[in-house]
Every structure is written in C-alpha cells, then in structure tokens.
Design a protein around this ligand. Structure first.
Ligand SMILES: [Zn+2]
Ligand SMILES: [Zn+2]
Length: 381
C-alpha cells in the first residue's frame, strides 16, 4: 500500500497545514494549499468555494457506477499550541488541535492513490469541508447549489480518536456521535430603582426557576436514550446596587443520542422557558447556535467498513455507547447512506482540543488504506 501513495510527501503536507492553521470560516490559505496540492492530479476535476472554503476533488471512471464521497475537515481551533517541534503553529492562539490537518493529509493521500489507480466505474469525490468546529460547514455544503450538482450515493468520514489503540478502527452501528445544540433564552422585563422594585419587573425569579427546571428535565423519564442538559451561562441585570434588573439571559447545551429525543428535549425546554416568562409577564426570545444532529450510521455501510478493515488487515472494535461529542458530518449521513468511524490515535495520547495534542503521523497509512478498501467494498455491492 505504501507504494500506492507517497507517504513522505503526505507527511510534509500535514506539517505545512499544521504550521498555518486557520479558524472556521477563515480557511482561505488552507483551501489554497489543498487546491494547489490537488492541481498536480490533472485527471481530477476540482470544484472550489463549496459551502464557504470547501473543495471537491472528483476522479471519474469511464463506466456508470456508484459515487462515493470521502470527507475531511479544514479548520483549526482557537487554542494556543504548547508543542515546540519545528512545524509548530505559527499563528498565535490558533492550532490544529482536533487533527483536521491529519484528516486532510489522509484524503490527500487518497487522491494520490486514485491518481495512480483511477476508478473504472462511477466516481470518487474527495471532499475538504470547511467550518466543522462551529457546526456550520456541513449544513452549508449539503445545501450549496454547486454541491447538489454532484451525484453522491455513499459517504464516509473518519475522525482520529485519542484513547484508542494506534491505527485501530472504531465502529458503531446506529448513533456514533451525539446530537447537540446551544440554546439562548433572553428575558426582558423593566428596570427600576433597587429601592422601588415594585415600579419595575425583574426577571430574577423566572431566571432561577428556568435554570432549576431545565436542570431537572433530563431526569423526568420521558426520554428514550441518554439525554443531557447543561446550563453553561447565565446573566442578570448589571453590576449596579442601585438598580433592579430588567434583563436576564440563560444559556444551555442540549445533548441527546437520538434526533427524536432532541426534538422532545427542545420542545420541553422551550415550554419551561415560555411558561415562566408568561407567569412573570416577561418578554422572551429563544434562539439556537451550533446545532448538530446525531451522526447516525447506516448498518450496511458499517458492515462495509468492517469488511474493509478485515481485507486491509487492520484491527477494529465496536463501541458500546455513542460519543457524547457531536460532528457535523451528521448532515451528510442524514442525506446519504454513510458512516462516521474512528481511527485510534493511541491509548495514552493527548486528548482532542488539548494544547499539547498533535495528529500522529503514524496512523496516516492506515487512514488511507481503510478508505481505499472501503471503496473496494462498495464496488462489490
Ligand atoms: Zn474538534
Ligand atoms: Zn474534529
């Protein structure tokens, strides 16, 4: 396999990407670097500017056949790197701490493979997705006109996973990563003098009742699976001892393993907020940010990955429970048959989003290998 793609070239690309990280929605130079790398594969069709800085690199076969999309992500995080290797981040306070530089390298390696072994039928779409970390990229991509013109039948993505054996495949049928969303509740009453609260309308009691009732909501036995609500921020009035507050905000993160439970949790949370606002005569505004559906794997696609791992001679294991974090690849698996799976980064490896984390180069080969073998399995379907 290693002769199928140029591993040193791919590691060099990974280090370059690591050196110049960019935040979600700002992956301009990263996209440029990737497009430049892909431009050497003359047989590939490159489509840029999909859902922001997204890039599709398409290898077409001569005959009709399945279209398989492999996705990676472009963005880095607002975290200061504490590593001191020679390719450390050159951007203050920004670094590739989720390993998206490694995911891009794996997909670039796959481009190298398909340039040497082009698909005979159907097509392979290598997709570099922007803005994963803020939960906006995948949604924008699947709704982009340029993307809708590309025929897709199946879709796969991998994420490296610290805490799991180096180079092993981590699988799960059904939900792989949780659904989550940020809820913002704004309550408006009327300020008054602290000595005359009767002339105003303070949201203090409504705010504290909302926090308490939201907090108790996941335990009330109406949900089918794991459900979590974490109040992450609250604010009441100003730091002014002479003023009765007239405004409050409560923010919470909602998290579930199924999309049905998320619907129920959202509806019940809104009803708690609305009831308390009405009871206290407050104006209310509810909005959401960073919405991720649950990433639900198609079982026949999971089987494909398992067979691919077997034929590539890579160890694999099944997860008992879904991950509590979310992935916006969910927007792809909602639309197409597909699956998200893990590639172990090493048992005692720094965790994702930690300042000392760096994508392990020694799992790139297994990453390219498993994706290529998945493609072979799809052809057999
Ligand atoms: Zn991340
Ligand atoms: Zn990530």
């Amino acid at each position: 396999m290693s002769q199928l793609f140029d591993l040193p070239k791919i590691i060099k690309l990974r280090h370059e990407l690591h050196k110049y990280p960019e935040l979600s929605d700002n992956e301009f130079l990263t996209a440029e670097r990737i497009a430049n790398f892909l431009s050497h594969y003359k047989e590939a069709e490159i489509i840029r500017g999909i859902g922001g800085n997204g890039i599709a690199c398409i290898f077409k076969g001569k005959q009709e056949g399945p279209s398989v999309l492999f996705r990676c992500d472009l963005d880095a995080l607002p975290i200061e790197e504490i590593n001191d290797f020679d390719y450390r981040s050159t951007v203050n306070g920004v670094a590739h701490k989720c390993g998206h530089d490694g995911h891009m390298a794996i997909i670039a390696g796959l481009a190298d493979v398909f340039s040497k072994k082009p698909p005979k039928k159907g097509q392979v779409v290598l997709f570099f997705q922007p803005s994963e970390e803020n939960g906006q990229g995948a949604f924008r991509v699947v709704n982009d006109k340029k993307f809708k013109k590309i025929k897709i039948d199946y879709t796969f993505a991998l994420h490296n996973l610290p805490g799991f054996p180096n180079g092993e495949i981590i699988l799960r049928n059904g939900t792989f990563a949780a659904a989550s969303k940020g809820m913002i509740i704004k309550l408006t009453g009327k300020t008054s003098h602290a000595g005359e609260p009767e002339n105003g309308n303070s949201p203090a009691v409504a705010m504290s009742d909302i926090i308490k009732q939201l907090n108790d909501l996941p335990d009330n036995g109406i949900f089918n699976d794991f459900t979590l609500l974490t109040v992450i921020h609250a604010r009441l009035g100003e730091l002014a001892f002479g003023t009765t507050p007239g405004y409050a905000e409560v923010m919470a993160t909602l998290r579930t393993y199924t999309n049905n439970d998320m619907q129920k949790l959202t509806k019940d949370s809104e009803s708690i907020a609305n009831k308390n606002a009405a009871k206290n005569n407050l104006k209310i505004d509810i909005s959401y940010v960073e919405e991720f559906p649950a990433t639900v794997n198609n079982s026949s696609m999971v089987q494909c990955i398992a067979k691919a791992a077997e034929s590539a001679n890579i160890k694999m294991q099944y997860l008992e429970n879904p991950f509590r974090w979310s992935e916006d690849f969910a927007h792809f698996t909602k639309k197409f048959e597909g699956a998200l799976f893990g590639l172990g980064s090493g048992i005692n490896y720094p965790q994702l989003h930690n300042p000392d984390y760096d994508f392990p180069d020694d799992i790139i080969e297994n990453g390219v290998k498993i994706l290529y073998h998945i493609y072979q399995q799809i052809l057999k379907k």
